[in-house]
Ligand binder design. Structure first.
Ligand code: ACO
Length: 401
């Protein structure tokens, strides 16, 4: 619809690939996806096997280092992470300055960005020791930050990390415990969170990871790079989808209203989309959605919760998967279609869903950022454009316009 023979293009050929649907911007050894077959591998291991047999700390080690840890390596890694869970007291003061009802993602993005100010002495991206320290700090401190923004959001005092607990227990303790009062973490909740974190840990070059790599390609410090990833994850087309799914289910309200919303999603004049449906890469099914669908039933059963949203979600899925519009476009439920129902069952408010996602994806972001700096793939990211603006013209003085 426009003349693409512009001045810029006369300098050479390049592809116009809106949304980078067919452009690889890097090489990577970390995560493999086969969208046609519904396959997801972390370092070669199927996501189904990791979800069944592993835990988030072990998967983090795998993503960062390329191999599953031995027992000794696992113990060393978890104790290293545990040693870095505290945030500087000044960061706690910084957090207290936020408006109490600010969106938790706004706070998390700012706090992680502020790490670049608080930990500025060892952020030399060319120094492997500094890079490793930044990765450990980010993974270890993210639950502390996530819980702190939650406490800020509900107006309660920020908790210190309890280092006798494991990763997800510690997070739940900081979110729901109050200072000087005993708090028993529910093991079902801790296990469910651990599973969600495994499933969200990495997903190759999605929008937020590509953002981390693009920021990283300039040589910017790790905290700035990860803060960029958090900003990108916030959008409803990406990590904000699980929040959007729950809002959508509440808006639909009842099984009798499903047809109306399906019709809205199909109407091209209506911006409404079925949230939690569709994926850029998976054109068969999202293997994470299959795992989460089962886990949702298990968690709700184990916690004795009867959430009508689960029935609504299953009915919606059922109807959509039989509708030619969704079938022809290969639109299937993605990882976030069910994750919100589990988060809700764990008492995590909707505004915190994307924060939880960011916490888990921090492992993938840091693994990708480390890989970028450890391999030859450090060329600055610099996409081109197809220029559609005015042809060259002469300036006209303001009084003559
Ligand atoms: N509801 C209705 N129609 C949809 C949906 C949907 N959820 N998703 C895609 N479509 C339609 C589009 O309108 C388009 O139709 P057309 O060919 O008639 O124009 C066709 O399917 C292809 O869609 P695109 O937008 O080109 O697909 P793209 O790969 O760019 O987008 C995305 C993928 C962003 C995930 C999209 O499916 C979407 O917006 N889904 C809802 C949001 C969501 O669930 N996001 C989470 C993604 S997973 C994650 O980030 C963890």
């Amino acid at each position: 619809t426009f003349d693409i023979k512009t001045l810029h293009q006369q300098t050479g050929y390049f592809t116009y690939d809106s949304g980078f649907a067919a452009t690889a911007a890097c090489t990577s050894d970390i995560t493999f996806i086969d969208g046609q077959e519904g396959v997801l591998l972390y370092r070669g291991y199927p996501i189904e096997q990791l979800a069944e047999n592993s835990n988030f700390m072990e998967v983090s080690y795998l993503l960062l280092n390329g191999e599953l840890p031995t027992s000794q390596e696992y113990d060393d890694f978890t104790s290293l992470i545990t040693r870095h869970t505290m945030v500087h007291e000044k960061i706690r003061s910084f957090m207290k300055g936020f408006q109490y009802d600010a969106h938790p993602m706004a706070m998390m993005m700012s706090v992680v960005g502020s790490f670049a100010a608080f930990y500025h002495n060892d952020t030399d991206v060319n120094n492997p020791k500094d890079r490793h320290l930044a990765a450990i700090r980010l993974i270890a401190k993210m639950p502390t930050v996530a819980a702190a923004v939650y406490k800020n959001y509900i107006g309660q005092p920020i908790m210190y990390p309890n280092n006798s607990l494991n990763f997800t227990e510690r997070l739940l303790h900081m979110m729901y415990g109050v200072p000087a009062e005993p708090y028993e973490v529910n093991p079902v909740a801790a296990k469910a969170l651990d599973l969600l974190f495994i499933l969200h840990a990495d997903h190759e070059q999605n929008a937020s990871t590509s953002t981390v790599r693009l920021v990283g390609s300039t040589g910017a410090n790790p905290y700035a790079s990860i803060a960029g990833g958090i900003a990108s994850l916030w959008g409803p087309a990406h990590g904000g989808a699980n929040e959007a799914v729950l809002n959508m289910l509440d808006e639909i309200g009842d099984v009798s209203q499903i047809d109306k919303f399906i019709a809205k999603a199909k109407d091209k004049d209506d911006p409404f989309r079925l949230m939690g449906f569709g994926h850029r890469v998976y054109k068969n099914f999202d293997p994470r959605a299959t795992i989460i669908r089962k886990a949702t039933h298990d968690v709700l059963d184990a916690l004795g919760i009867d959430d009508p949203r689960l029935e609504l979600a299953m009915k919606l899925e059922d109807i959509a998967l039989k509708d030619p519009y969704f079938v022809e476009r290969k639109l299937y439920p993605n990882v976030d279609f069910y994750s919100g129902i589990i988060y809700k069952a764990l008492n995590i408010p909707v505004q915190m869903f994307t924060v939880m996602f960011a916490l888990a994806r921090t492992v993938g972001w840091t693994a990708q950022w480390l890989e970028q700096h450890e391999t030859a793939d450090t060329r600055i990211g610099r996409p081109r454009q197809v220029y559609r603006g005015a042809k060259k013209r002469d300036f006209v003085a303001r009084h003559k316009r």
